[in-house]
Design a protein around this ligand. Structure first.
Ligand SMILES: Cc1ncc(COP(=O)(O)O)c(C=O)c1O
Length: 352
């Protein structure tokens, strides 16, 4: 069940993110960056790139590497300073008459649109239905929308929408933005639209932050039809993607890096299966939807204090109530190794 409603931007803190939840002495179950990253070989690439810092960045090699990886022409690739810059470039380059953001999802796309002066309409999945599975009903997106933003898999629900369902949202006269920041947390990147050149107005945003542990470097990219890619480049500050970021982009686009990411995704899957199986045994707690990424959204009916109680016991999880469509009974939990998960679940059992 989905429905649209008028957005009230003042109700939610769109700039609250998991990093605000962590602190000294707390186990971090709030930030969804892969543990133990960046890997040594990638650190070495970054260190070696420092010798080139006196020159302005040249995106040619990184752009070619991404294009080859996704089987697209270089004209359709735009390196960005993280997915976050991708949202800002889209907000600057486009003049939507009816922008729609599908929630609950990462809030920076909406924040970027609003900051650029656009009005934003929200489609809130399962509004008022705390048992809904947060899957996407494409019919809930108004036909008049000329810009639609969806996350896949979606943060914070961890739900992955089928590629075929997303594809039905693409049409001439509409820009469809699919944020795939977490798509590489599943082996084989199922349901990715990164290689789909046949869908009109499709923009796929990717990030190196999560899988490669590069939040501080700022690196990602947009894949878009050539004309739109040109507009995104024109909207970007000159040299916004640094030389080390471009080196990382090239290095993480190789077959070997992709195999490593795939291996890491298999571990995420095993760890997530363990987390979900143990959470599901807890009375007083529900897992929302079918988790497919490196985090799980849970609801504790009648309990709005679970995040604070966990925090008192040294465990930081991500609050849910800053996401449109969720409330204080929701928290998002990062997938971690089974020892951390077991400690979390034992603590949750005490609290509940
Ligand atoms: C769903 C989603 N998309 C995009 C981003 C932005 O990531 P970055 O700008 O670091 O690439 C994040 C970061 O938390 C996210 O959760």
């Amino acid at each position: 069940m989905t429905r649209t409603r008028e957005a009230d931007p003042t109700l939610y803190d769109l700039h609250h993110h998991g990093d605000a939840e962590v602190g000294p002495g707390l186990v971090d179950l709030a930030v969804n960056v892969r543990a133990g990253t960046p890997p040594t070989w990638l650190r070495e690439c970054l260190t070696a790139s420092l010798g080139d810092l006196a020159a302005y960045p040249d995106p040619t090699a990184a752009t070619a590497a991404v294009a080859a990886r996704h089987g697209r022409p270089e004209s359709e690739v735009v390196p960005t300073a993280g997915g976050a810059e991708g949202f800002v470039l889209l907000a600057r380059a486009l003049r939507p008459r009816h922008a729609v953001v599908v929630h609950p999802q990462f809030t920076e796309p909406e924040a970027a649109l609003r900051a650029a002066g656009h009005e934003v309409d929200r489609v809130v999945l399962d509004q008022g239905d705390p048992h809904g599975d947060l899957t996407l009903d494409p019919d809930a997106v108004p036909a008049s929308a000329d810009l639609v933003v969806v996350g896949n898999p979606t943060n914070p629900s961890s739900v992955r929408h089928p590629a075929a369902v997303l594809a039905t949202l693409a049409r001439p006269g509409r820009t469809l933005v699919v944020d795939e920041a977490f798509i590489d947390t599943a082996p084989g990147e199922p349901d990715s639209l990164a290689e789909r050149r046949d869908l009109p107005g499709l923009v796929v945003l990717r990030s190196l932050t999560k899988t490669w542990g590069l939040a501080g470097l700022r690196v990602g990219y947009a894949l878009a039809p050539a004309e739109l890619a040109r507009a995104l480049r024109a909207a970007a500050p000159r040299w916004s993607v640094s030389t080390p970021a471009l080196v990382a982009l090239e290095a993480c686009s190789t077959e070997g890096a992709r195999a490593e990411a795939d291996h890491a995704a298999r571990i995420v899957k095993a760890d997530r299966d363990h987390l979900v199986a143990t959470l599901e045994k807890l009375p007083g707690l529900e897992v929302r939807g079918t988790p497919a990424a490196s985090f799980v959204l849970v609801r504790t009916p009648g309990r709005s204090d679970v995040r604070e109680r966990l925090r008192e016991r040294g465990l930081a999880v991500r609050r849910g109530d800053t996401f449109p469509g969720l409330d204080v009974e929701h928290v998002r939990i990062a997938v971690r190794s089974s020892d951390i998960t077991d400690h979390l679940v034992a603590t949750l059992r005490e609290i509940l």
